[in-house]
Design a protein around this ligand. Structure first.
Ligand code: AMP
Length: 516
C-alpha cells in the first residue's frame, strides 16, 4: 500500500477540515492538500523527468511544504530522503550523492546550502525552493493518479551517522512505515480526525515518523510559528488544537517542563508527549510528570526500526504505585506489539533476564537494509535480527533497560554525534597526531563533546580556535567539541585500541592530565 493513499482518502472524506496549520492558523484543508499533493506529484514526475523509485531529498525546516513534498513524492512513487537540515554542506552532499538523489526540495533558509550542489553532483537535476513561486508553479501541474506501491517498495531513506564516519541510509519501505504507524495505535494510543500533532522536533527524525499515524487518521499537522517552541506557545496551541500530541527529545521535554508559562496552565487539551531518542533521567521525568500530568510515553527505537523497539506506555507512567515504578521509569519499557526483542551475547545467543548484552530486534518494522551498502546490511541484519549496537538487559517482567551505547554515540541536545566523524575532522589538521572524542554528561545538553588531542611535532601546534575552525570546515557546528584537552598520549589496550571508558573516567574524576 502506498502511504499517500491516506492523504487522498482524507481529501475525500474530511474535505474542508484542517490538514496543515501554522501556529493557530489553518494552512490547508484536506481537500486542498490532497489536490496539491497530486498536482505536485505530477509536477515532480513531468517537470524533472522522474520515474517511480527515483529519490527526492527534502532539506528544509519544519513547515507545511515539508509534508506536501513528502506525500507528493510518495504519491508519484518516488523515494523521499528527509535530510537533517542542520548538517554541514559536505555532509548533505554526501547523502545526496550516496542516495543518487535526483531532485531536492528546500526552503529559502537552506537554498544557499543546497543550491551550489547542482553543479557538483552528476545525478542532481533540480533544486526547488518551497514555499514560493517555483513551488506554486509545480502545484499548478496536472495531477497524476496515485502510484501503485507495494509493502516492499522503498519510501524513506533514513540517514543515520555511521560509526565508520559515513552515514548509512536505512531503507524504510511503505510496509515498514505502515507497521510503525499501526504499532503507534497499538502501544501509544488511538488517533482520531479531531486530534492534532505538533511538529516541534525535526521532521527528518522522530517527529516525521510519528506524524504518519496522525496523517493516517486525518489529524491536523501543526507547525509552531516560532522556531523554538516555548511554554506560552505550547499552552496556546493546546487550547487551539485540543487532542494534541508531540514528539520531543528528553532535553526538550525538560526545558518545557521547567517553563513557568506552563505552571498551572490548562493542559486538558494535551493528549500525549512522546519522548525518546536519548536517555531521560528520572529526576527530569518526575518534573515532566508534575508539569504535564500522566500524558507521557517513552519510546526507544532507531532509524533502522523506525521508532519501534520498546515503549513505556502512558499506563506504565501512571502506575506510580507499582513496586518497580522507579526502576521501570529508568528503563526504556516493554517490547512493542509488532517486534520480537532479544538481549543476546556476542554469538547472538539469547541471555537470561538480568544479563546485559546487545539488543536484537526482529519484525516487519525492521528496515529492508542500508541503501547501496550490502556488506553493512548483511552484518547488521545477520541471522534475520537487527543488531542495534545498544547494550541492554531485560528484567523478569520483560521490561528493557539500556546500559550503554556500544557504538560510543554521543547525544547532545537530542542530536546524534558519532565521535569518529569529529575525530576524522580533527585528524585532518597537520598539527594533530592522535585524537579521541567522548561525551561528557551535561545538565543542559544531555551530553557535550570533548576531544582529547595529542599534538604532533614540537607540541606548539594548534590552538583550540584552530581546531574549532578545522571542525567547522568539515562538520556541522553542533558536532564540534565544547572542550579540548591536550594530552601526551591516549590510553590504549593491548591491541592498541583507545580506551574511551578511561577517558570518561578522567573527566568524571576531574583528573585530566592537561598540558596547558
Ligand atoms: P536514531 O537512529 O537517530 O534514532 O538513534 C537511535 C539510538 O538512540 C538508539 O540506538 C539508542 O542508542 C538511542 N536511543 C533511542 N531511544 C532511546 C531511549 N528512549 N533511551 C535511550 N536511548 C535511546
Amino acid at each position: 500500500m502506498n502511504l499517500a493513499t491516506w492523504v487522498e482518502r482524507n481529501g475525500r472524506r474530511l474535505r474542508d477540515r484542517p490538514a496543515l496549520a501554522v501556529g493557530e492558523e489553518v494552512h490547508g484543508t484536506w481537500e486542498v492538500t490532497a489536490a496539491r499533493v497530486a498536482a505536485l506529484a505530477g509536477g515532480l514526475r513531468d517537470r524533472f523527468g522522474l520515474v517511480p523509485g527515483d529519490r527526492v531529498a527534502i532539506v528544509m525546516a519544519n513547515r507545511p511544504e515539508y509534508l506536501e513534498a513528502q506525500f507528493a513524492a510518495w504519491h508519484a512513487g518516488l523515494v523521499a530522503v528527509p535530510v537533517n537540515a542542520r548538517l554541514h554542506r559536505e555532509e548533505v552532499a554526501y547523502v545526496l550523492e550516496h542516495s543518487g538523489t535526483a531532485a531536492v526540495v528546500t526552503d529559502d533558509e537552506h537554498a544557499d546550502l543546497v543550491g551550489p550542489l547542482v553543479d557538483r553532483l552528476d545525478g542532481l537535476r533540480a533544486v526547488v525552493v518551497a514555499p514560493g513561486p517555483e513551488w506554486d508553479g509545480l502545484a499548478a501541474s496536472t495531477p497524476i493518479a496515485l502510484s501503485d506501491r507495494g509493502s516492499d517498495d522503498a519510501a524513506w531513506l533514513f540517514y543515520t551517522s555511521g560509526t565508520t564516519g559515513r552515514p548509512k541510509g536505512a531503507t524504510l519501505t511503505h510496509g515498514n512505515l505502515l507497521m510503525a504507524s499501526l504499532s503507534y495505535f497499538a502501544d501509544i494510543g488511538p488517533v482520531g480526525d479531531r486530534d492534532s500533532v505538533l511538529h516541534a522536533a525535526p521532521l527528518s527524525h522522530g517527529s516525521g515518523l510519528y506524524g504518519l499515524p496522525h496523517v493516517a487518521k486525518g489529524a491536523v499537522s501543526v507547525f509552531p510559528s516560532s522556531g523554538a517552541l516555548d511554554g506560552a506557545e505550547l499552552a496556546a496551541l493546546v487550547r487551539r488544537w485540543p487532542g494534541l500530541s508531540f514528539f520531543a527529545a528528553p532535553i526538550m521535554v525538560k526545558r518545557l517542563a521547567a517553563d513557568p508559562a506552563l505552571a498551572g496552565a490548562d493542559l486538558s487539551g494535551l493528549k500525549t508527549v512522546i519522548y525518546g531518542g536519548a536517555p531521560m533521567y528520572l529526576a527530569d521525568l518526575e518534573e515532566a510528570l508534575a508539569t504535564f500530568g500522566p500524558r507521557l510515553a517513552q519510546i526507544y527505537g532507531q532509524g533502522e526500526t523506525p521508532m519501534t523497539i520498546t515503549a513505556l506506555s502512558l499506563a506504565d507512567h501512571a502506575e506510580t504505585d507499582h513496586p518497580r515504578w522507579r526502576e521501570r521509569m529508568q528503563g526504556v519499557g516493554f517490547p512493542r506489539t509488532d517486534v520480537e526483542v532479544r538481549v543476546a551475547d556476542a554469538d547472538d545467543r539469547p541471555l537470561p533476564p538480568g544479563e546485559a548484552g546487545e539488543v536484537l530486534v526482529r519484525g516487519p518494522v525492521v528496515m529492508a537494509g542500508y541503501w547501496d551498502q550490502e556488506e553493512e546490511s548483511a552484518e547488521t541484519l545477520r541471522g534475520g535480527w537487527l543488531h542495534t549496537g545498544d547494550v541492554g538487559s531485560l528484567d523478569d517482567d520483560g521490561y528493557l533497560t539500556l546500559h550503554d551505547r556500544s557504538k560510543d554515540l554521543i547525544i547532545s541536545g537530542g542530536m546524534n554525534i558519532y565521535p569518529r566523524e569529529v575525530e576524522e575532522a580533527l585528524m585532518t589538521h597537520p598539527g594533530v597526531q592522535a585524537v579521541a572524542v567522548v561525551g561528557r554528561p551535561d545538565p543542559e545538553w544531555g551530553e557535550s563533546v570533548v576531544a582529547f588531542v595529542v599534538l604532533g611535532g614540537d607540541g606548539s601546534g594548534p590552538s583550540a580556535e584552530d581546531l574549532d575552525r578545522t571542525c567547522l570546515e568539515r562538520i556541522a557546528r553542533f558536532k564540534r567539541p565544547k572542550q579540548y584537552h591536550l594530552v601526551e598520549a591516549l590510553p590504549t589496550n593491548n591491541y592498541g585500541k583507545v580506551l574511551k571508558r578511561e577517558l570518561r573516567t578522567w573527566l568524571e574524576e576531574g583528573r585530566v592530565p592537561d598540558q596547558r
